[in-house]
Design a protein around this ligand. Structure first.
Ligand SMILES: [Zn+2]
Ligand SMILES: [Zn+2]
Length: 334
C-alpha cells in the first residue's frame, strides 16, 4: 500500500510502499478514503511531541471502510461499514482514570498517528472499540475534520459551561466547527486571528462571529470564556485579560509555546485556566450525533496523499481556511 511515513522528527514525510497490515482480535482493517490533517501532526513532525513510534504513519482523523476483522471476529462494524478513527486509539480500561469515566486521561492510552499508525496511508488498522460510525449525510471529505477538530472543539466548548460570550483564539479547523455548535446553542462567538489575517476574520464573521479581530486586540466587551486553539503561550494572559470574573480560559491544543509570566490580578476574580486533553468515546458519540442536527458544515481543502508535506506546510503557514484533508481514495479527487 502507498503511505507517507515519518522516519525521524524534523524531516519531511517520505512516500513508501508497505505491506497491508493484518488486524488482530478486536481490530479492523480499514481502507482509508480521507484523513484530516491536524496541528498535532505538525507537533509530531517538529518533535514537539516526543514519544512517537518510529517510523510512523501520521493521521488521526480517518474516514474509511471496514475491509476485514482480526481473528475472524465480526464485531460492531460489519465489512463495508464506513467508520471514523479518532486520536484516542486505545485505553487500558483498568487505571483510575478509565475507572472514573475519564478515559481521555488513561495512564496507558495509545493515540492514533502517534503511538499507533494512522491514516496517511491506503489502509490502516484500528481497535474497533474506538471507531465511530460516520453520520450518513457527510461525504468522506467533509467528515474527516469532525474526528479531531470537531471532537476536541466540542470537549473544549463543554468546558466553558454555560458561557454565553466565547472568545476563540486561532480560527482554524477546530474553531470553524465550534462556532457553529456555539451558535446552535445560543452562544455568541468572538474570533481572534493572527494580526493582519483579514481573510480569517471575514471567514469567522461569515460563520456567525459577532466580532472578529486580531489576537492583540481587546474584544468589545468582556467574555465569559475563551478557548485557545493556537499553540501560542502568549495568548494565555491575553485571553485571561479578555474574560470577565468567574470566566474560564481553555487551552485546547496538545502543545503550546511557553506561557509568559503574568500578574496574579489576571487570574484573580475566580477566573480559571485549564487544558483539555484528548477525548472520551462517549463525547465522540455525543458530538457525532449532534453534528447533523446543527447542522455542522465543514470547509475543507483537499490534498492528494502524496502532497501530505505540502498540506502540513500550508497548515503551518496559516494558509488553510477551515480544515486540510488528505484524499487517499483517488476517485474522490476532483
Ligand atoms: Zn486507563
Ligand atoms: Zn488532532
Amino acid at each position: 500500500m502507498r503511505a507517507m511515513i515519518l522516519n525521524a522528527p524534523g524531516s519531511p514525510l517520505q512516500a513508501a510502499d508497505l505491506p497491508i497490515p493484518t488486524p488482530k482480535a478486536k481490530q479492523v482493517l480499514i481502507r482509508v478514503h480521507t484523513c484530516g490533517v491536524c496541528r498535532t501532526d505538525l507537533h509530531v513532525v517538529d518533535g514537539e511531541l516526543t514519544e512517537p513510534k518510529l517510523p510512523l504513519i501520521l493521521g488521526h482523523q480517518i474516514v474509511g471502510t471496514v475491509v476485514s476483522h482480526g481473528g475472524g471476529v465480526h464485531g460492531a462494524f460489519p465489512v463495508g461499514t464506513r467508520v471514523g478513527v479518532p486520536w484516542l486509539g486505545y485505553t487500558c480500561n483498568h487505571c483510575r482514570y478509565c475507572q472514573s469515566g475519564r478515559e481521555n486521561l488513561c495512564d496507558y492510552a495509545q493515540f492514533t498517528g502517534y503511538q499507533l499508525d494512522g491514516g496517511y496511508a491506503e489502509y490502516t488498522i484500528a481497535d474497533e472499540r474506538f471507531c465511530f460510525p460516520i453520520p450518513a449525510g457527510y461525504p468522506d471529505l467533509q467528515a474527516a475534520p469532525l474526528l479531531c477538530a470537531g471532537l476536541i472543539g466540542y470537549r473544549s466548548l463543554m468546558m466553558t459551561g454555560e458561557a454565553k460570550r466565547i472568545g476563540l483564539y486561532g480560527f482554524g479547523a477546530a474553531a470553524h466547527i465550534v462556532i457553529q455548535t456555539a451558535r446552535y446553542q445560543g452562544r455568541q462567538s468572538f474570533a481572534f486571528t493572527r494580526p493582519g489575517d483579514m481573510q480569517g476574520q471575514q471567514f469567522a464573521r461569515d460563520l456567525g462571529a459577532v466580532w472578529a479581530g486580531s489576537s492583540v486586540e481587546a474584544p468589545p466587551e468582556l467574555l465569559d470564556a475563551a478557548i485557545i486553539f493556537a499553540p501560542v503561550g502568549a495568548l494565555v494572559p491575553a485571553a485571561l485579560k479578555a474574560v470577565a470574573k468567574g470566566g474560564v480560559v481553555v487551552c485546547a491544543g496538545i502543545h503550546m509555546s511557553n506561557i509568559p509570566s503574568f500578574a496574579y490580578e489576571l487570574l484573580w476574580g475566580e477566573r480559571m485556566l485549564r487544558s483539555v486533553a484528548n477525548l472520551t468515546r462517549r463525547e465522540g458519540e455525543e458530538f457525532l450525533a449532534l453534528a447533523p442536527k446543527v447542522p455542522i458544515q465543514t470547509q475543507v481543502k483537499a490534498f492528494p496523499l502524496a502532497a501530505a508535506n505540502e498540506a502540513l506546510e500550508a497548515l503551518r503557514n496559516g494558509k488553510i481556511q477551515g480544515a486540510a484533508v488528505l484524499v487517499v481514495d483517488q476517485s474522490l479527487l476532483p
